[in-house]
Design a protein around this ligand. Structure first.
Ligand code: URA
Ligand code: CA
Length: 434
Protein backbone atom coordinates (compact mmCIF):
# COMPACT_ATOMS: atom_id res chain seq x y z
CA UNK A 1 0.00 0.00 0.00
CA UNK A 2 1.25 3.49 -0.81
CA UNK A 3 0.21 6.67 0.96
CA UNK A 4 0.19 8.61 -2.32
CA UNK A 5 -2.53 6.32 -3.72
CA UNK A 6 -4.64 6.80 -0.60
CA UNK A 7 -4.33 10.58 -0.91
CA UNK A 8 -5.30 10.45 -4.58
CA UNK A 9 -8.26 8.20 -3.90
CA UNK A 10 -9.67 10.56 -1.28
CA UNK A 11 -8.82 13.62 -3.38
CA UNK A 12 -11.01 12.15 -6.13
CA UNK A 13 -13.90 11.69 -3.71
CA UNK A 14 -13.73 7.94 -3.29
CA UNK A 15 -14.26 5.88 -0.16
CA UNK A 16 -11.16 4.56 1.61
CA UNK A 17 -11.15 0.94 2.71
CA UNK A 18 -10.80 -0.17 6.32
CA UNK A 19 -7.26 -1.38 5.51
CA UNK A 20 -6.26 1.92 3.94
CA UNK A 21 -7.43 3.87 7.00
CA UNK A 22 -5.66 1.45 9.32
CA UNK A 23 -2.49 1.72 7.18
CA UNK A 24 -2.33 5.49 7.35
CA UNK A 25 -3.09 5.73 11.09
CA UNK A 26 -0.56 3.00 11.88
CA UNK A 27 2.13 4.47 9.70
CA UNK A 28 1.60 7.98 10.99
CA UNK A 29 1.63 6.92 14.66
CA UNK A 30 4.91 5.06 14.12
CA UNK A 31 6.45 8.02 12.31
CA UNK A 32 6.73 6.11 9.03
CA UNK A 33 4.44 8.42 7.07
CA UNK A 34 5.60 12.05 6.96
CA UNK A 35 3.57 15.06 8.03
CA UNK A 36 3.34 16.42 4.48
CA UNK A 37 1.51 13.38 3.17
CA UNK A 38 -0.84 13.25 6.15
CA UNK A 39 -1.50 17.00 5.80
CA UNK A 40 -2.47 16.42 2.22
CA UNK A 41 -4.82 13.59 3.11
CA UNK A 42 -6.40 15.69 5.88
CA UNK A 43 -7.09 18.47 3.39
CA UNK A 44 -8.63 15.96 0.97
CA UNK A 45 -10.84 14.69 3.82
CA UNK A 46 -11.71 18.28 4.68
CA UNK A 47 -13.10 18.83 1.17
CA UNK A 48 -14.40 15.38 0.29
CA UNK A 49 -15.72 14.28 3.69
CA UNK A 50 -15.99 10.72 4.92
CA UNK A 51 -18.75 8.13 4.82
CA UNK A 52 -20.18 6.74 8.04
CA UNK A 53 -18.16 3.59 7.58
CA UNK A 54 -14.93 5.53 7.08
CA UNK A 55 -15.62 7.62 10.18
CA UNK A 56 -16.16 4.51 12.31
CA UNK A 57 -12.98 2.95 10.90
CA UNK A 58 -10.95 6.09 11.54
CA UNK A 59 -12.25 6.23 15.12
CA UNK A 60 -11.37 2.62 15.85
CA UNK A 61 -7.97 2.89 14.18
CA UNK A 62 -7.17 5.80 16.51
CA UNK A 63 -8.50 3.84 19.51
CA UNK A 64 -6.11 0.98 18.63
CA UNK A 65 -3.14 3.33 18.20
CA UNK A 66 -2.53 3.35 21.97
CA UNK A 67 -3.67 1.98 25.32
CA UNK A 68 -7.28 1.00 25.84
CA UNK A 69 -8.53 1.18 29.39
CA UNK A 70 -10.08 -2.06 30.55
CA UNK A 71 -12.99 -1.31 32.86
CA UNK A 72 -14.50 -4.79 32.61
CA UNK A 73 -13.83 -5.40 36.32
CA UNK A 74 -16.31 -2.66 37.15
CA UNK A 75 -19.84 -3.95 37.61
CA UNK A 76 -22.52 -2.45 35.42
CA UNK A 77 -22.67 -0.37 32.28
CA UNK A 78 -20.05 2.40 32.31
CA UNK A 79 -21.54 5.55 30.86
CA UNK A 80 -19.29 8.48 30.11
CA UNK A 81 -20.34 12.04 29.41
CA UNK A 82 -18.53 14.39 27.11
CA UNK A 83 -19.09 18.07 26.61
CA UNK A 84 -17.69 19.87 23.60
CA UNK A 85 -16.43 22.55 25.90
CA UNK A 86 -18.12 25.47 27.46
CA UNK A 87 -17.45 28.27 29.86
CA UNK A 88 -18.08 27.70 33.54
CA UNK A 89 -19.45 24.28 32.65
CA UNK A 90 -19.80 22.73 36.07
CA UNK A 91 -21.81 19.73 34.84
CA UNK A 92 -19.14 17.04 35.31
CA UNK A 93 -18.73 17.94 39.00
CA UNK A 94 -22.47 17.62 39.53
CA UNK A 95 -23.22 14.67 37.27
CA UNK A 96 -20.59 12.32 38.73
CA UNK A 97 -22.04 12.17 42.24
CA UNK A 98 -25.60 12.66 41.01
CA UNK A 99 -25.79 9.63 38.71
CA UNK A 100 -23.48 7.56 40.94
CA UNK A 101 -25.96 8.09 43.79
CA UNK A 102 -28.63 6.21 41.82
CA UNK A 103 -26.33 3.31 40.93
CA UNK A 104 -24.60 4.33 37.68
CA UNK A 105 -20.88 3.47 37.85
CA UNK A 106 -18.80 6.54 37.01
CA UNK A 107 -15.16 5.73 36.24
CA UNK A 108 -13.95 9.17 35.27
CA UNK A 109 -10.62 9.69 33.62
CA UNK A 110 -9.93 13.36 33.46
CA UNK A 111 -7.30 15.91 32.60
CA UNK A 112 -6.06 19.36 33.44
CA UNK A 113 -5.57 21.02 30.11
CA UNK A 114 -5.72 24.57 28.91
CA UNK A 115 -8.69 26.85 29.03
CA UNK A 116 -10.68 29.47 30.89
CA UNK A 117 -10.63 27.42 34.07
CA UNK A 118 -8.80 24.28 35.00
CA UNK A 119 -10.08 20.83 34.09
CA UNK A 120 -12.17 18.65 36.38
CA UNK A 121 -9.09 17.49 38.30
CA UNK A 122 -7.89 21.04 38.97
CA UNK A 123 -11.34 21.99 40.19
CA UNK A 124 -11.53 19.00 42.53
CA UNK A 125 -8.05 19.73 43.87
CA UNK A 126 -9.42 22.89 45.44
CA UNK A 127 -10.82 20.50 48.06
CA UNK A 128 -7.97 20.26 50.63
CA UNK A 129 -6.22 16.88 50.43
CA UNK A 130 -8.06 15.59 47.37
CA UNK A 131 -5.82 13.78 44.89
CA UNK A 132 -6.09 11.58 41.81
CA UNK A 133 -2.82 9.70 42.29
CA UNK A 134 -4.42 6.29 42.62
CA UNK A 135 -3.46 3.20 40.65
CA UNK A 136 -5.79 1.34 38.30
CA UNK A 137 -6.55 -1.35 40.84
CA UNK A 138 -7.61 1.17 43.48
CA UNK A 139 -9.58 3.13 40.88
CA UNK A 140 -11.62 0.06 39.99
CA UNK A 141 -12.15 -0.87 43.64
CA UNK A 142 -13.36 2.64 44.44
CA UNK A 143 -15.83 2.66 41.58
CA UNK A 144 -17.16 -0.73 42.62
CA UNK A 145 -17.51 0.42 46.22
CA UNK A 146 -18.69 4.03 45.86
CA UNK A 147 -19.82 4.10 42.20
CA UNK A 148 -17.53 7.09 41.60
CA UNK A 149 -13.81 7.73 41.28
CA UNK A 150 -11.62 10.09 39.27
CA UNK A 151 -8.18 9.24 37.95
CA UNK A 152 -5.66 11.28 35.93
CA UNK A 153 -5.30 10.63 32.21
CA UNK A 154 -3.04 7.71 31.39
CA UNK A 155 -0.01 8.48 29.27
CA UNK A 156 -0.66 6.74 26.01
CA UNK A 157 -4.32 7.15 25.12
CA UNK A 158 -5.01 7.65 21.37
CA UNK A 159 -1.52 8.87 20.35
CA UNK A 160 -2.72 8.98 16.73
CA UNK A 161 -5.31 11.57 17.69
CA UNK A 162 -2.72 13.65 19.57
CA UNK A 163 -0.45 13.78 16.52
CA UNK A 164 -3.28 14.38 14.08
CA UNK A 165 -4.86 17.10 16.19
CA UNK A 166 -1.55 18.97 16.42
CA UNK A 167 -1.10 18.68 12.65
CA UNK A 168 -4.69 19.78 11.93
CA UNK A 169 -4.12 22.81 14.11
CA UNK A 170 -1.38 24.11 11.80
CA UNK A 171 -2.88 22.98 8.47
CA UNK A 172 -6.34 24.58 8.74
CA UNK A 173 -8.07 21.20 8.96
CA UNK A 174 -9.55 21.34 12.46
CA UNK A 175 -13.05 22.37 11.35
CA UNK A 176 -14.01 19.13 9.69
CA UNK A 177 -17.01 17.26 11.11
CA UNK A 178 -15.68 13.74 10.38
CA UNK A 179 -12.29 14.60 11.89
CA UNK A 180 -13.72 16.27 15.00
CA UNK A 181 -16.28 13.52 15.55
CA UNK A 182 -13.76 10.68 15.25
CA UNK A 183 -11.24 12.56 17.42
CA UNK A 184 -13.69 13.00 20.30
CA UNK A 185 -15.20 9.53 20.03
CA UNK A 186 -11.83 7.77 19.88
CA UNK A 187 -10.84 9.27 23.23
CA UNK A 188 -14.08 8.26 24.95
CA UNK A 189 -13.90 4.72 23.59
CA UNK A 190 -10.24 4.27 24.48
CA UNK A 191 -11.10 5.42 28.02
CA UNK A 192 -13.41 2.41 28.34
CA UNK A 193 -16.92 3.81 27.95
CA UNK A 194 -19.69 1.28 27.19
CA UNK A 195 -22.15 4.08 26.47
CA UNK A 196 -21.69 7.78 25.86
CA UNK A 197 -23.83 10.86 26.46
CA UNK A 198 -22.69 13.92 24.53
CA UNK A 199 -23.40 17.55 25.28
CA UNK A 200 -22.75 19.50 22.10
CA UNK A 201 -22.66 23.21 22.82
CA UNK A 202 -23.73 25.88 20.41
CA UNK A 203 -23.49 29.66 20.52
CA UNK A 204 -20.84 32.32 20.93
CA UNK A 205 -18.91 30.45 23.60
CA UNK A 206 -18.90 27.14 21.74
CA UNK A 207 -16.77 25.34 19.22
CA UNK A 208 -19.85 24.98 16.97
CA UNK A 209 -21.17 28.48 16.51
CA UNK A 210 -24.46 27.58 14.81
CA UNK A 211 -27.14 25.05 15.63
CA UNK A 212 -26.84 23.47 12.21
CA UNK A 213 -23.12 22.77 12.73
CA UNK A 214 -23.80 21.50 16.24
CA UNK A 215 -26.46 19.13 14.89
CA UNK A 216 -24.11 17.79 12.23
CA UNK A 217 -21.40 17.12 14.78
CA UNK A 218 -23.86 15.52 17.21
CA UNK A 219 -25.28 13.25 14.51
CA UNK A 220 -21.81 12.28 13.32
CA UNK A 221 -20.74 11.27 16.83
CA UNK A 222 -23.96 9.40 17.62
CA UNK A 223 -23.62 7.41 14.39
CA UNK A 224 -19.99 6.54 15.07
CA UNK A 225 -20.88 5.36 18.57
CA UNK A 226 -23.74 3.22 17.40
CA UNK A 227 -21.67 1.76 14.52
CA UNK A 228 -18.95 0.62 16.90
CA UNK A 229 -21.30 -0.85 19.49
CA UNK A 230 -21.41 1.97 22.03
CA UNK A 231 -24.89 3.28 22.72
CA UNK A 232 -24.55 6.99 22.18
CA UNK A 233 -26.86 9.94 22.33
CA UNK A 234 -26.41 13.68 22.25
CA UNK A 235 -28.13 16.83 23.30
CA UNK A 236 -27.51 20.23 21.80
CA UNK A 237 -27.37 22.91 24.46
CA UNK A 238 -26.89 26.64 24.57
CA UNK A 239 -23.52 28.25 25.22
CA UNK A 240 -24.33 31.80 24.22
CA UNK A 241 -23.77 32.66 27.89
CA UNK A 242 -21.82 30.82 30.63
CA UNK A 243 -23.59 27.93 32.33
CA UNK A 244 -24.66 28.60 35.90
CA UNK A 245 -23.15 31.57 37.69
CA UNK A 246 -19.66 30.51 38.74
CA UNK A 247 -16.57 30.45 36.51
CA UNK A 248 -13.47 29.38 38.40
CA UNK A 249 -12.20 26.30 40.15
CA UNK A 250 -13.16 26.50 43.84
CA UNK A 251 -16.12 28.69 42.86
CA UNK A 252 -17.44 25.93 40.60
CA UNK A 253 -16.95 23.29 43.29
CA UNK A 254 -19.10 25.44 45.56
CA UNK A 255 -21.67 25.81 42.77
CA UNK A 256 -21.68 22.05 42.19
CA UNK A 257 -22.30 21.42 45.89
CA UNK A 258 -25.17 23.91 45.88
CA UNK A 259 -26.64 22.09 42.90
CA UNK A 260 -26.31 18.71 44.61
CA UNK A 261 -28.19 20.25 47.56
CA UNK A 262 -30.98 21.36 45.22
CA UNK A 263 -29.98 25.00 45.56
CA UNK A 264 -28.04 25.46 42.34
CA UNK A 265 -28.63 27.72 39.34
CA UNK A 266 -31.70 26.81 37.31
CA UNK A 267 -29.90 26.25 34.01
CA UNK A 268 -27.11 24.12 35.47
CA UNK A 269 -29.63 22.05 37.43
CA UNK A 270 -31.81 21.48 34.37
CA UNK A 271 -28.89 20.52 32.15
CA UNK A 272 -27.60 18.07 34.76
CA UNK A 273 -31.03 16.49 35.20
CA UNK A 274 -31.38 16.10 31.43
CA UNK A 275 -27.91 14.68 30.79
CA UNK A 276 -28.13 12.63 33.97
CA UNK A 277 -31.46 11.08 32.95
CA UNK A 278 -29.95 9.85 29.70
CA UNK A 279 -26.94 8.47 31.56
CA UNK A 280 -29.22 6.59 33.96
CA UNK A 281 -31.27 5.27 31.05
CA UNK A 282 -28.22 4.10 29.06
CA UNK A 283 -26.82 2.46 32.21
CA UNK A 284 -30.13 0.61 32.51
CA UNK A 285 -30.80 1.94 35.99
CA UNK A 286 -34.27 3.07 34.91
CA UNK A 287 -36.76 1.94 32.28
CA UNK A 288 -37.92 5.33 31.12
CA UNK A 289 -36.56 8.84 30.97
CA UNK A 290 -39.26 9.99 33.42
CA UNK A 291 -38.30 7.31 35.92
CA UNK A 292 -34.63 8.27 35.57
CA UNK A 293 -35.35 11.93 36.23
CA UNK A 294 -37.54 11.07 39.20
CA UNK A 295 -34.72 9.02 40.72
CA UNK A 296 -32.25 11.88 40.31
CA UNK A 297 -34.63 14.41 41.85
CA UNK A 298 -35.27 12.12 44.80
CA UNK A 299 -31.56 11.67 45.32
CA UNK A 300 -31.06 15.44 45.47
CA UNK A 301 -34.01 15.88 47.83
CA UNK A 302 -33.08 13.11 50.27
CA UNK A 303 -29.41 14.06 50.41
CA UNK A 304 -27.95 10.94 48.82
CA UNK A 305 -26.40 12.87 45.91
CA UNK A 306 -24.55 15.06 48.39
CA UNK A 307 -23.58 12.08 50.54
CA UNK A 308 -22.11 10.36 47.47
CA UNK A 309 -20.00 13.46 46.86
CA UNK A 310 -18.74 13.42 50.48
CA UNK A 311 -17.84 9.73 50.30
CA UNK A 312 -16.07 10.23 46.97
CA UNK A 313 -14.00 13.17 48.25
CA UNK A 314 -12.98 11.35 51.43
CA UNK A 315 -12.03 8.18 49.51
CA UNK A 316 -9.49 10.18 47.52
CA UNK A 317 -8.00 12.03 50.50
CA UNK A 318 -10.27 15.07 50.37
CA UNK A 319 -11.70 16.95 53.32
CA UNK A 320 -15.40 16.17 52.96
CA UNK A 321 -16.35 18.78 55.54
CA UNK A 322 -16.07 21.40 52.75
CA UNK A 323 -19.56 20.26 51.76
CA UNK A 324 -20.95 21.82 54.92
CA UNK A 325 -18.27 24.49 55.32
CA UNK A 326 -17.53 25.75 51.81
CA UNK A 327 -15.32 28.53 53.27
CA UNK A 328 -12.69 25.80 53.72
CA UNK A 329 -12.19 25.99 49.94
CA UNK A 330 -9.48 28.41 48.73
CA UNK A 331 -10.73 31.98 49.13
CA UNK A 332 -9.72 34.98 47.03
CA UNK A 333 -8.38 38.07 48.78
CA UNK A 334 -10.62 40.55 46.98
CA UNK A 335 -14.26 40.54 45.92
CA UNK A 336 -14.92 43.36 43.49
CA UNK A 337 -18.30 44.11 41.94
CA UNK A 338 -18.87 45.17 38.36
CA UNK A 339 -21.63 47.79 38.44
CA UNK A 340 -24.08 48.18 35.55
CA UNK A 341 -23.53 51.45 33.67
CA UNK A 342 -27.21 51.85 32.81
CA UNK A 343 -30.72 50.53 33.45
CA UNK A 344 -32.10 47.85 31.17
CA UNK A 345 -32.06 44.14 30.44
CA UNK A 346 -29.06 41.89 29.95
CA UNK A 347 -29.00 41.18 26.20
CA UNK A 348 -25.62 39.50 25.77
CA UNK A 349 -23.10 37.75 27.99
CA UNK A 350 -20.55 36.50 25.55
CA UNK A 351 -19.38 33.26 27.12
CA UNK A 352 -16.03 33.02 25.40
CA UNK A 353 -14.72 36.44 26.36
CA UNK A 354 -16.12 36.21 29.90
CA UNK A 355 -14.11 32.99 30.14
CA UNK A 356 -11.04 34.86 28.97
CA UNK A 357 -11.57 37.43 31.73
CA UNK A 358 -11.62 34.58 34.28
CA UNK A 359 -8.39 33.24 32.79
CA UNK A 360 -6.71 36.63 33.16
CA UNK A 361 -7.46 36.46 36.88
CA UNK A 362 -5.53 33.18 36.95
CA UNK A 363 -8.44 30.71 36.91
CA UNK A 364 -7.15 28.89 33.84
CA UNK A 365 -3.95 28.08 32.00
CA UNK A 366 -2.92 30.06 28.94
CA UNK A 367 0.02 27.71 28.34
CA UNK A 368 0.94 24.31 29.72
CA UNK A 369 3.45 25.98 32.06
CA UNK A 370 0.99 28.43 33.64
CA UNK A 371 -0.03 27.82 37.22
CA UNK A 372 -3.64 28.01 38.27
CA UNK A 373 -5.07 30.04 41.11
CA UNK A 374 -7.88 27.84 42.43
CA UNK A 375 -9.52 30.65 44.44
CA UNK A 376 -10.15 33.21 41.73
CA UNK A 377 -12.84 33.64 39.10
CA UNK A 378 -16.17 35.25 38.41
CA UNK A 379 -19.65 34.87 39.79
CA UNK A 380 -22.39 36.26 37.57
CA UNK A 381 -25.17 38.06 39.34
CA UNK A 382 -27.32 38.29 36.22
CA UNK A 383 -28.05 36.20 33.15
CA UNK A 384 -29.46 37.07 29.74
CA UNK A 385 -33.01 38.41 30.09
CA UNK A 386 -32.57 39.67 33.67
CA UNK A 387 -33.46 43.25 34.49
CA UNK A 388 -30.65 45.39 35.84
CA UNK A 389 -30.49 48.84 37.47
CA UNK A 390 -27.66 51.30 37.00
CA UNK A 391 -25.02 50.70 39.69
CA UNK A 392 -26.28 47.21 40.50
CA UNK A 393 -23.66 44.44 40.42
CA UNK A 394 -23.67 42.29 37.25
CA UNK A 395 -20.64 40.20 38.17
CA UNK A 396 -18.54 39.70 41.30
CA UNK A 397 -14.84 39.39 40.54
CA UNK A 398 -12.92 37.08 42.91
CA UNK A 399 -9.30 38.13 42.66
CA UNK A 400 -5.97 37.85 44.40
CA UNK A 401 -4.79 41.09 42.87
CA UNK A 402 -6.25 44.42 43.79
CA UNK A 403 -6.15 46.04 40.37
CA UNK A 404 -8.60 44.33 38.03
CA UNK A 405 -9.18 47.15 35.53
CA UNK A 406 -8.25 44.87 32.58
CA UNK A 407 -10.80 42.30 33.71
CA UNK A 408 -13.50 44.90 34.22
CA UNK A 409 -12.92 46.33 30.77
CA UNK A 410 -13.12 42.86 29.20
CA UNK A 411 -16.36 42.16 31.06
CA UNK A 412 -17.96 45.44 29.99
CA UNK A 413 -17.08 44.54 26.38
CA UNK A 414 -18.66 41.07 26.80
CA UNK A 415 -21.91 42.17 28.42
CA UNK A 416 -24.54 44.18 26.54
CA UNK A 417 -27.49 45.89 28.17
CA UNK A 418 -30.58 46.71 26.13
CA UNK A 419 -33.44 49.08 26.88
CA UNK A 420 -35.94 46.57 25.50
CA UNK A 421 -37.00 43.38 27.26
CA UNK A 422 -34.93 40.36 26.24
CA UNK A 423 -36.03 36.75 26.40
CA UNK A 424 -33.67 34.25 27.97
CA UNK A 425 -32.18 31.78 25.46
CA UNK A 426 -33.46 28.22 25.24
CA UNK A 427 -31.16 25.92 27.20
CA UNK A 428 -31.65 22.60 25.42
CA UNK A 429 -32.39 22.75 21.73
CA UNK A 430 -32.71 19.13 20.79
CA UNK A 431 -31.89 15.54 21.54
CA UNK A 432 -30.22 13.31 18.98
CA UNK A 433 -30.31 9.59 19.39
CA UNK A 434 -29.90 8.32 15.82
N1 URA B 1 -11.94 18.45 20.32
C1 URA B 1 -11.32 17.28 20.07
O1 URA B 1 -11.07 16.50 20.99
N2 URA B 1 -10.99 16.98 18.82
C2 URA B 1 -11.23 17.80 17.79
O2 URA B 1 -10.91 17.46 16.68
C3 URA B 1 -11.86 19.02 18.06
C4 URA B 1 -12.21 19.32 19.33
CA1 CA C 1 -20.79 27.41 36.26
Amino acid sequence: MRMVDIIEKKRNGNELSTEEIQFFINGYTKGEIPDYQVSSLLMAIFFQGMTERERADLTMAMVRSGDQIDLSAIHGIKVDKHSTGGVGDTTTLVLGPLVASVGVPVAKMSGRGLGHTGGTIDKLESVPGFHVEIDNQEFIELVNRNKLAVIGQSGNLTPADKKLYALRDVTATVDSIPLIASSIMSKKIAAGADAIVLDVKTGAGAFMKTREEARQLAEAMVRIGNQVGRKTMAIISDMSQPLGYAIGNALEVKEAMDTLKGEGPKDLTELCLTLGSYMVLLAEQANTLEEAREKLLTSIQNGSALQTFRTFLAAQGGDASVVDQPNKLPQAKYQIDLPAKEDGYIAEMEADSIGTAAMWLGAGRATKESTIDLAVGLVLKKKIGDEVKKGESIVTIYSNREDVEDVKEKLYESIKISKEKVTAPTLIYEVISK
